[in-house]
Ligand binder design. Sequence first.
Ligand SMILES: [Zn+2]
Length: 282
Amino acid sequence: MATEELATDETILNIKRLPVTSEEFPFNEWLIKYEQSHILHSQCSKKGACNSCTNINDRCLFCQYTSQLELPHLPDMVFPNNILLLKHKSGCELKFNALDALQRVSNGKLNLQVDVAEAWQEARPGTNLDNRAKKFDWTFTTDYMGTMSNDFIEEDTSERIDIEKLKQREKILFFHELSLYEDELHDHGIASLNVKIRVMPSSFFILLRYFLRVDNVMARINDTRIYYEVGSPYLLREYTSKQADYKDLSLPIAIYTDPSQLAQYLTLKSSNYKKIIIPGAS
Ligand SMILES: [Zn+2]
């Protein structure tokens, strides 16, 4: 089929029928599962018919997203079917998806991003951000740490994930990485959220990373790390938010495109450390 045909209405509808890839990996007391598929459409895939659907689940994914999020626009690429799910035998669940992450993006009520918006504008005289754009967090910054079912119990802890132990060479039984959303900030950088999981014989480790780079202005990394050791009645969850302005950094250009390297040069702004107790864990 000629590539020019890819933009026809019919093809857009066909994208919806693309198969969803999924895989399940039973591990210890857990079932680890992911699903992944195409990006969210940029318009109603039922040609506006969703307006008359009273049940939200009957709407197309685009309409489900726009009606549940009060954002003036969505990131360039949203992966609504990319889901990582961990189900414990007790029934409790931990999952990662784009909708829950985007629900934590400021829609203007908190006005968190004004500083960045102004800095961006200073760096680019002539760029015009209207008031709405100033209030709306166009960086899609999220402090999402995953979605937990209510039966988990959260406690503050002084215990830390043993990073040295994670660095030890251990066989990797299962690995997967999913993109949840991404935006190129009109070619001025990147905002992205992705999650990866690594399962080893003794443990599993999840890294959920929000990465923001506003070129020549600032960078921010919000990381959630979750660690489980076989036999433990709890998970450890660590959240850190780090950022720095370019003017305070003087790094080789390649480092700005590599969040794992860049992270060590950013300043810690906030953090929290939790023990997530699994009900009924043996
Ligand atoms: Zn629709």
